[in-house]
Design a protein around this ligand. Structure first.
Ligand SMILES: *Cc1c(COP(=O)(O)O)cnc(C)c1O
Length: 322
């Protein structure tokens, strides 16, 4: 499929008999973006729209669907940047409250925002409780990918992805996506994106298509490796809490304190000390550098790549040994 999709970098296309055809101006859509949207839409079971980043997709949800004075109920322990983003939008009258996503959302919320699994706490939402709420539900399923969680099938209105992570999968494309099976919501989000301009670029859409071709084998391998690493971390004397939902590349675990976390993250050799997740190479970082005391000082977030699991474990265990 995607290997044969060319990158079309045109910004304009000739009208057909004096009328705009399927593609007219690239801010509305373009062939390569539409091809990637089609592929992702198939995976999640809805209509996909690509954005310039996951954060741009999140911003579009809030600005397109809410009005000043309305409230977003955001899952506690969800991606740190989402709370920061909602804080930025508070000046425009959008309020946020946090709730424990393993139970029901607060009754007065106008939009429910869950994360499956949350990053970096790796909790799973109660989908039944979320779907019973009258407000629309957005589910950020970045860390799961559609191979493990399909939010639309679980009753959510919108699936949100930072496709920068596992979907594109190679640390070379910044791209976000919203997927919905509700035609009105899709039309509104498309209208908002066309008017305000945060659409993904064709080159990035092509990189996403390329990544999707290997998604299944990458995620299967990462799940297997992450499960085996999580099991071994649970038995390690220097490790306190291990968080992993049993699928996906992402896990987190706690060591004694900030100093120990710094030592571990700077002592790995195969595993890079850097941010992000879902890439083909492994990386580790102490999340307190970004999230402050919202996370335990000793919390390390690890995203496993495609390296040999034994080599990864050897690297981690030497880094955990004082
Ligand atoms: C990275 C990330 C985002 C933000 O996506 P960007 O592509 O960096 O803008 C949103 N949600 C989760 C869970 C993420 O990991």
């Amino acid at each position: 499929m995607s290997g044969s999709v060319p990158i079309d970098r045109s910004t304009t296309w000739q009208y057909e008999d004096g009328e705009p055809g399927a593609f007219s101006y690239t801010r509305f859509s373009s062939p390569t973006v539409a091809a990637a949207e089609h592929a992702l839409g198939e995976l999640d079971g809805g209509e996909a729209l690509l954005f310039a980043s996951g954060a741009a997709a999140s911003t579009a949800v809030v600005l397109a669907l809410l009005s000043p004075g309305q409230t977003v109920a955001l899952a506690e322990g969800a991606y740190y940047g989402t709370g920061v983003l909602l804080g930025e939008l508070e000046r425009w009258g959008v309020r946020q409250v946090e709730f424990d996503q393993t139970g029901p959302p607060p009754p007065d919320a106008d939009l429910v925002w869950i994360e499956a699994p949350s990053n970096p706490f790796l909790t799973m939402p109660d989908f039944e409780a979320a779907r019973a709420h009258p407000a629309p539900v957005v589910c950020d399923s970045t860390a799961a990918t559609p191979l493990h969680v399909k939010p639309l099938e679980r009753g959510c209105q919108i699936a949100l992805h930072s496709a920068t992570k596992g979907l594109a999968g190679h640390d070379d494309a910044l791209v976000g996506a919203l997927v919905t099976s509700d035609p009105e919501t899709a039309a509104r989000l498309r209208e908002f994106r066309s008017r305000t301009g945060p659409v993904a670029a064709p080159d990035v859409a092509w990189l996403l298509l390329r990544g999707l071709q290997t998604l299944e084998v990458r995620v299967a391998r990462q799940t297997e490796t992450a499960n085996s690493i999580a099991d071994r971390l649970r038995d390690h004397p220097a490790v306190e809490t291990v968080r992993h939902p049993g699928f996906g590349a992402l896990l987190s675990f706690d060591v004694a304190d900030a100093g120990t976390a710094r030592r571990v993250e700077t002592s790995t050799r195969l595993i890079a000390n850097k941010t992000s997740l879902g890439g083909v190479t492994s990386r580790i970082e102490a999340r307190s550098r970004w999230e402050g005391d919202r996370v335990p000082a000793g919390l390390l977030r690890l995203s496993v790549g495609l390296e040999d699991p034994e080599d990864l474990w050897d690297d981690l265990s030497q880094a955990l040994t004082p």
